[in-house]
Ligand binder design. Structure first.
Ligand SMILES: Cc1cc2nc3c(=O)[nH]c(=O)nc-3n(C[C@H](O)[C@H](O)[C@H](O)COP(=O)(O)O)c2cc1C
Length: 246
């Protein structure tokens, strides 16, 4: 499965089967997380079924089934860290999707005390990403939750401000923004607006009210990059809302 296929297939998976991940899959995830830690310098901890069998407690209102494997995103309580976690954490999500696994970004609806990872004084748990086997079809309750959130999808043109309307913007910008809309964001707020002017193309947060929007920013930057690449534009982002795509 390519990244593009993973972007098209991924959903926030809120139901998991009891079937544990096999050792081969766990090994692949462990290797990938080691690479992410080395690349990003962030503290990603993959908590597996072998770690005392502790189960992540997800809110029963949103989720069904037990997940014994999850990624914990742990670090200092600042927006730069949030953005970087968004970018690199979404790489993990897309990788797990290529392995056929279900994942979900979770910043709010879980019990932080159920996360069995010791924290340093300056660290917080930003998010967890459960990873597990998904049923062939999500149960009715979880499909309803997702449909309700996705009903708020923004129109692509509202995520772009440039010299022209989005319809007349280069194909790589349109592909980038399509890929962003398919991506996850907290409560499906899709807060990132791409501004294109003499300074270049920037990913901004004009109306963001919550700090978690910085995680959405990192996720959107990765999705934009992957979408733009399908139209031959291979660029990368500087960090922050002032950072440009080069
Ligand atoms: C940073 C972040 C935090 C999120 N936190 C939660 C959460 O606490 N609980 C939950 O059920 N979904 C959570 N989500 C999932 C979003 O609701 C979901 O991405 C959005 O509704 C779009 O749906 P989709 O991912 O299924 O395409 C979160 C997503 C992101 C990106």
């Amino acid at each position: 499965m390519t990244n593009t296929e993973a972007i098209d297939t991924r959903i926030s998976c809120r139901a998991y089967t009891d079937e544990p991940l096999d050792e081969g899959t766990l090994d692949k995830l462990r290797t990938y997380v080691d690479e992410l830690v080395a690349e990003s310098g962030l503290r990603f901890v993959l908590v597996g079924p072998s770690d005392g069998g502790a189960t992540l407690k997800l809110s029963g209102r949103m989720f069904s089934g037990n997940v014994s494997t999850y990624l914990a995103l742990i670090g200092p309580d600042d927006n730069d860290t949030r953005e970087r976690f968004g970018y690199y954490g979404e790489k993990f999500v897309l990788y797990a999707t290529t392995l056929g696994l279900g994942t979900c970004w979770v910043a709010g609806t879980f019990d932080r005390a159920s996360v069995v990872v010791p924290l340093a004084d300056d660290e917080v748990i930003h998010d967890v990403i459960p990873v597990g086997n998904a049923p062939a079809k999500q149960p009715f309750a979880q499909r309803t939750i997702r449909a309700g959130l996705r009903r708020r999808d923004k129109k692509p043109e509202t995520l772009y401000q440039g010299h022209t309307s989005l319809a007349h913007a280069p194909a790589w910008i349109r592909a980038g923004i399509q890929s962003v809309i398919k991506g996850p964001s907290a409560v499906n707020q899709q807060p990132v607006v791409f501004m294109h002017d003499a300074r270049g193309l920037r990913a901004t947060l004009p109306n963001a009210k919550r700090e978690v929007a910085y995680t959405d920013l990192g996720i959107a930057k990765l999705h934009f990059e992957l979408g733009a690449a399908t139209e031959g534009m291979h660029g990368s982002w500087q960090w922050g809302t002032k950072g440009v795509f080069a």
